[in-house]
Design a binder for this molecule. Sequence first.
Ligand code: GRF
Length: 196
Amino acid sequence: MKNIVILISGGGSNMAAIVKTAQRDQWPRTLGAQVAAVISNKATAGGLEFAREHGIATAVVDHKAYGSRDDFDAALAAVIDRFDAPGAPVLVVLAGFMRILTPGFVARYAGRLVNIHPSLLPAFPGLHTHQRAIDAGCQFAGVTVHQVTAELDHGPILAQAVVPVLPGDTADTLAQRVLSQEHQIYPRAIAELLQK
Ligand code: GRF
């Protein structure tokens, strides 16, 4: 059984979409994979409650408790590795996880670390993607699922969805439409990755 560990920082709607799809499509039986744990760097992350209600192990690794990124990433990896075993490798899924990871952490999970970013990468890496797309006069925005490499919001693209920018769109209205596409493509991209 492959163990999916999802890292969140907030509401966790992408995490919830993955959990619901895994249950609906019976991933343990059909893909030999289960959502084993949800880890947050914030104790207040709303998604933790959803995970608990769905019988998924949860953990909090508070970045504020660590003096350096290296120390935080080491603590995070120690929790993730509880779900990693020979023959049961972990797939680490970043879903609204708002921390920059060190190259050492990325290397440790190379090839089994994925992220979702709310823009059509390579356009608009970083924050405030929706406002930046509107300000640039883009007619299309969207979302990208990609393998994580040491460079922020780069790495091989696994899936994308395009969302039109409509007249009068604000960052919030655009974000909502992009988010509903995120919920479609992230579970699908993970399922495809698990089939490889
Ligand atoms: C999503 O737009 C994701 O792409 C971005 O942060 C947001 C997280 O939303 N990185 P949620 O926590 O999955 O609801």
